[in-house]
Each structure stands twice: as C-alpha cells, then as structure tokens.
Ligand binder design. Structure first.
Ligand SMILES: [Zn+2]
Length: 369
C-alpha cells in the first residue's frame, strides 16, 4: 500500500491511496456491502454511482457463506466478482453489539451468531486469519467496542485490551498484498482517547481508524473527541473515521484531516425512502410527494435525478417495490460520492472552507442518524 498527498488545505487533505486492486482518491466515502454486496445495488451501479472502494464485513462472511466457500473461489474478489478495492471490517463492532450473547476476556471474545445460534470464538489472530483468507485490500484489527456511557475505569481497561489485541494482530498478519489498519478507541474521555491514539499510532500499521465515535452521542461531543484524536494522528498515514455517513459530519471530518469514511446508513435509509438532497433530507414516502414531478434533488446530476420523478419513486417505495429502493439507494450513494468529489476539488483549489460554508448554508434540515 502506498499513500501520498496531492494537496492540502489547512488540515484537510486530498490524497491518493494505491491498493492491490486499484487506486483510491481521498477523502473518500466507502459504501457498505456487509455480505459482499451493497444492498439493492448491482456492482456496476455501485461503481457508476462513484464508489472507488467498498466495505465488506469479515464477521458476517465468516458465518455465511464461510471461509471454506470463499477460499475455494480464491478470495472475496473472485467469489463476488468485485474488481475494485475492498476493505473488510473485523466485525468487532457487530460482535460487541450482540451484548447479551458476548463474553469478552483478555484473550478474545466468545459470542453466539444471531443467524443460527452457533457459538464462536474470535481472537485477534483468528480475525487476521479470516481476513487473510478473504483477501481484502485493507484488513482491520479486532478491537473492543465499548457502548457509550461507560465510566473512566472501564474505558481504561478496555483500551488496554484493544492495544494488546493490536500488537497481536500485527504479529499474526503476514499477507504483504493486504494493508492492515489499527483502530483507536478510548470512549468519551479526552485522556483515554489520547492514551489509545498514542498507543495505537506508535505501532507500524498502514493506516489508522477512529472507532467508537458517532455511536449516539451529540455532534458537539463527536467533534470535541475528533479534535483530540486528530491532533495526535501521524501525518503520513491514511485516517479512517468509522461509521460516519452524515453529510455535515463528513465535511467536519474532512476539514480536520480525515481521509476515509463508511456508513451503512445512506443505503439503509434509502430502502425506507429517506434521501439526501442539497437542502437537507427528505422522506419520499410523505404524501406531499405523490404528484411531485421534480427529481429527488433538482441539483443532483445522478441518472436517477435525470430520469425519474419524486412522484414515481414515492409510489414505488410505498408499494415496497425493489426498483424504488434501488433508485433511492443509487441516488444516496451518488450524493455522498459527489460530496467527496467536490470536497477533493475544493481542497485542490484551497477553497474547502468556502465550499463547506456554502454547503451548510444550502442545507436547512440535516440528516439525523
Ligand atoms: Zn440524484
């Protein structure tokens, strides 16, 4: 993996990430294809919407179809016929969100798979093995994801475990055509965030992710933590803010030097009729759109907005037609890729703060997570 800067505008960075299956221009949004496919969007649509890299989930793929199937095809790229870079999330976040069915100790985590009730044991080494079989371009370490609201003592114990697991992950990762990212944690205390960021970034990872943010806290808290973390991040490695797909927060993150983001929300929202527009989010299911002949977003240049009316998509989504969900999904993905494309251009022209201000002025109703 190589990472180089093309331009900077204060802390915001426009960079280029060279991976085994292609080159990614940053800042970048990564759509989520948990099971090896972005829901309601065929691969060519995912790419046409502007995706340069997709995310898949090692935990879900390990449960189904299983490593024996994926390895018999020669890896996830071959199995799913993906020809662009793939990042695999370790599944830590999903496992720890099973709460009642999770037992964690210093060596690893035991959990019951929600799909079939079978019991599994994940250690940092096991998670490396899984992702090396999957063959993603970027693998993520196993980290402990704390639920918000934990006290300082619990947070300290947890971040120590995450640091230990990061060391073990580095030792057991051997694929040199696969980049490996460490994940910083540390809850919602400035000091614990600083400890975790310092410990994780002192290790020779290819890039660094920020975990455990945007998990239900308010925007002010997210930005306060982000400021602390970003001030300690190495300049020469890519920085990945996990689980963020809100346009406003994406721009705040880019302004602070974040290079990569992912979120399941834009595609999940679309399936329920919630779409991004240049003037905030709208819910196309509302009856006010039944006779509306305008596109989802009059300022959007995507092929859905060039060809279909709000009235038609309103009808399809109300009738639970897959085509309606597909059209809304395509638009939402295009909207975020287009936002990042404009952000890259603005950084290149050193006009990011003006671009951000204009975008915020246009938006009067922000998407809520
Ligand atoms: Zn559109």
């Amino acid at each position: 993996m190589q990472f180089e800067f093309l331009k900077r505008d204060n802390a915001a960075r426009n960079g280029r990430l060279v991976l085994s299956h292609g080159t990614v221009e940053t800042p970048v949004f990564m759509p989520v294809g948990t099971n090896g496919a972005v829901k309601m969007c065929m691969h060519d649509c995912v790419k046409r919407a502007g995706a340069q890299i997709v995310l898949a989930n090692a935990f879900h793929l390990y449960i189904r179809p299983g490593l024996d199937v994926i390895s018999s095809f020669g890896g996830l790229h071959e199995f799913a016929s993906w020809d662009i870079p793939i990042l695999t999330d370790s599944g830590g976040y999903q496992i720890f969100s099973l709460s009642k069915h999770v037992k964690v100790d210093d060596d690893g985590v035991t959990f019951k798979a929600p799909l079939d009730g079978t019991t599994h044991r994940f250690t940092p080494e096991k998670v490396m093995e899984i992702q090396q079989v999957i063959g993603s371009d970027i693998a993520m370490v196993l980290d402990e994801c704390l639920a918000p609201g934990n006290d300082r003592k619990t947070t300290e114990i947890s971040l120590k475990r995450t640091t230990d697991w990061a060391k073990r992950s580095l030792k057991s990762h051997v694929r040199n055509d696969q980049a490996l990212f460490g994940i910083t944690q540390g809850g919602f205390f400035k000091e614990t965030r600083m400890i975790s960021t310092r410990e994780i970034t002192s290790m020779p990872f290819d890039g660094f992710a920020i975990g455990g943010l945007s998990v239900g806290e308010d925007l002010k808290t997210t930005l306060k933590m982000l400021d602390v973390i970003m001030s300690l991040m190495p300049e020469d490695k890519p920085r990945y803010l996990m689980g963020v797909g809100d346009p406003l927060l994406m721009l705040e993150a880019v302004e602070r030097g974040v290079d990569m983001m992912d979120c399941v929300l834009p595609t999940r929202m679309a399936r329920h009729g919630a779409v991004y527009t240049s003037h905030g989010k709208l819910n196309i299911r509302a009856s006010v759109y039944a006779f509306d002949k305008s596109p989802l977003d009059p300022e959007c240049t995507c092929e859905v907005c060039q060809n279909y009316s709000r009235g038609y998509i309103h009808h399809l989504i109300k009738r639970k037609e897959a085509t309606g969900m597909m059209l809304a999904t395509y638009h939402n993905m295009y909207f975020l890729h287009d936002l990042m494309r404009k952000a890259r251009k603005a950084i290149h022209e050193r006009s990011f703060s003006t671009f951000k201000r204009d975008f915020l002025n246009d938006i009067n109703a922000l998407p809520k997570e």
